[in-house]
Design a protein around this ligand. Structure first.
Ligand SMILES: Cc1ncc(COP(=O)(O)O)c(C=O)c1O
Length: 380
């Protein structure tokens, strides 16, 4: 099958990721941080190495500033619910995933105010609109880095600068950017960075994390065993234990470490350039097909490897069904857990057919995808 659904989760992963997961499960599958025996220590070492690698990758300083979660959704929930209190105000955008919008809507019922800044038709956000939405009680700004619908790259540097100037926390959703676009939490003034391990970072599902800047105390969303301070009935206050209760996904986390190692070896800028080549060729060619509508900036300087399209007025699910059944191509139709983003670009009723590429897609696959769309547009 030709896999163009990398925005949902990347597939395949590097061989070294598969190998390390197997190795962890077969050779040192003990519970990390729970005992002092050799296997438990080896599992703990594997987790620390990934934490360390991630902290360097995002310029996060102390590795303990990285907290492991099971996906980006959990990271976003921890960041959003951990910081906001009744009476606070949060600013976000209409291009967000439900993993941002739903926690914010949940908190609305508890007295946390919100402003959702509307993007333009290309999915772009004007950082001035964010600045204009600031109120005296604004405590947090949450935005995505790259839209999972249109691929639009947000002005995160400008937003981080605004947040810093006003003394507001900035939480970045790196779900569609981590591993492909540079993220430097210091340079970009990011206070909290939510990331999945299983997309651009090339780790397995069941991995994710949250960077928490030094000095920020969040309310944890889970309390339980940490293997530390076991005499106490209170949750430890130290990072990462405060936020990591229960057995960690050790095989997944060491696999994630290998994903990052792979990106470092292949160089993130080369990965990005390759994805840009695929994306820009795909956009250029499908724009020539009669009946195909392409959404978003249509320019890889402002767009990641995510391309949303429609063919005439056909339901996006039908196009995805044909691609799957007749061409063995995997894409994602519908609303992509981003209803406001679809409202913003005018596709709430029809949805879109989303193509999302990775470093493992080939030029030949892209050509095949273009041909398939040409055929479908002609036949329908
Ligand atoms: C922009 C964005 N944010 C958050 C998420 C949630 O990520 P996860 O599936 O790791 O929970 C996604 C998933 O596709 C996403 O695209």
């Amino acid at each position: 099958m030709i896999y163009f659904d990398n925005a949902a989760t990347s597939f395949p992963k590097p061989e070294s990721v598969y190998n390390e997961i197997f190795k962890a499960m077969r050779e040192y599958g003990a519970n990390p941080g729970r005992s002092g025996h050799r296997l438990a220590l080896e599992a703990s070492r594997g987790i620390f190495e990934t934490r360390n690698r991630l902290s360097k990758f995002f310029n996060a300083g102390n590795p303990m500033n990285i907290v492991f979660t099971f996906n980006c959704t959990e990271s976003l929930n921890l960041g959003i619910k951990g910081i906001l209190r009744p009476g606070d105000h949060v600013i976000t955008t209409s291009m967000e995933h439900n993993s941002v919008l739903r926690p914010i809507k949940y908190l609305e019922k508890m007295g946390v105010e919100n402003t959702i800044v509307k993007a333009d038709k290309m999915g772009g956000i004007n950082s001035k609109d964010i600045e204009n939405a600031i109120k005296p009680n604004t405590k947090l700004i949450v935005t995505t880095h790259v839209s999972n619908l249109t691929g639009t790259i947000m002005p995160v540097g400008e937003i981080g600068e605004i947040a810093k100037r006003y003394g507001i926390y900035y939480l970045l959703d790196g779900a569609q950017s981590a591993g492909v676009y540079d993220i430097d939490v210091e340079r970009m003034n990011i206070d909290l960075l939510a990331f999945p391990g299983h997309k651009g970072l090339l780790g397995p599902q069941g991995t994710g994390g949250l960077y928490i800047r030094d000095g920020i105390e969040l309310d944890g969303i889970l309390q339980g065993g940490t293997g530390s301070a076991s005499y106490s009935l209170e949750q430890p206050e130290i990072k990462p234990d405060k936020y990591e209760s229960g057995t960690l996904n050790a095989p997944g986390i060491v696999g994630l470490g290998e994903g990052i190692r792979y990106i470092e070896e292949r160089k993130i800028e080369d990965i990005r350039t390759y994805e840009e080549e695929l994306t820009s060729h795909f956009i250029e060619e499908i724009l020539k097909i009669e009946g195909v509508r392409v959404y978003g900036p249509l320019d890889v300087n402002s767009q990641g490897a995510v391309v949303s399209i429609n063919i005439g007025n056909i339901d996006s699910s039908e196009v995805a069904y044909i691609l799957n059944q007749e061409y063995d191509i995997a894409v994602r139709p519908g609303l992509h857990c981003a209803p406001l983003a679809h409202e913003t670009i005018g596709t709430f009723e029809q949805g879109t057919v989303r193509f999302s590429f990775s470093f493992f897609n080939t030029h030949r696959e892209i050509e095949y995808g273009i041909k398939a769309l040409g055929n479908i547009a002609r036949e329908i």
